[in-house]
Write a protein that binds this ligand. Sequence first.
Ligand SMILES: C[S@@+](CC[C@H](N)C(=O)[O-])C[C@H]1O[C@@H](n2cnc3c(N)ncnc32)[C@H](O)[C@@H]1O
Length: 297
Amino acid sequence: MTSGWDAMARWRDRRMGANGDLWHRSLIDPAVRRVVGPVRGLRVVDVACGNGYLARRMARAGAATVVGFDRSAPNVRIARGHERNDPTGARFEVADAARLPLPTGTTDLVVANMALMDIADARGAIREAARVLGPNGRFVFSIAHPCFDLDDRSLWSVERGFGTDGIYRATVWRKVRGYRVEGRSRIPWEVSAGRIVWTESFHRTLSTYSGYLRAARLVVTRLEEPWPLPEIVAKSPQGTFLTEIPLHLVVEAVPRAAPTRGSRTRQRSRAGASRRSGSGARTPGTGSRGRGSTTVS
Ligand SMILES: C[S@@+](CC[C@H](N)C(=O)[O-])C[C@H]1O[C@@H](n2cnc3c(N)ncnc32)[C@H](O)[C@@H]1O
């Protein structure tokens, strides 16, 4: 079945080019690149790679191998076309993020840039990222910020007026509704005058993403809320708002170390010690906004 991503692959490629569109270039990618760090010598997978610009960039930066996967065949054709015209060594394949055609434990870095919120089975995609990572691997992903960018359920509100200090100013609010209501929404993209292509997006709460990572035995080691660079502040009407409220998250997660025999014994003896001393016990009715639930002191 043709998806919206298929239908607008060419249009999106023109926007993204080799360095990303304005939003990637001057807001999302600087944080992604910082969190990814040096890739020289790494075996890298770019999940939901779009036109492949980031995969190709990582190949150029000296990654040992780079494979970009996307479910959209037109995107993969476009990425391969760029590779033919200007080879970097990156490879591109059609694949679903929740079923990567890769052996277990063979990757050092999995990147999913602005993709998990567009993937119906994000739990499966995260599980697959974890499966293909080696024990020292890292999973880096960026997503629309689940708290502030809920598609048509979030918007900017700008109020202008005099403050109590007598100064006339604009106050920027980000209005959000239905944060706890997870589900699918349709995103319109105006690819030419009057022609709208729709894609699907899936809002999930932070707790849901955290649960998916936990189920995949991944632990979060870094989290950034990208700051806008001057370019987007100057060029986008939302630029200055982004200096107050972030619309994206960049996350690094790594495989949780399997407990060794020794560490299990150590954990057990620590638990025994805290039971004996009374520390670590659950204390009813404290620390949780008076809802009577329990907390660990
Ligand atoms: C917003 S685009 C991001 C593309 C690219 N990472 C970038 O930053 O330009 C989302 C991408 O997810 C891909 N996608 C959606 N569902 C997918 C799935 N289940 N498996 C693999 N790719 C998927 C789409 O084809 C699209 O290329």
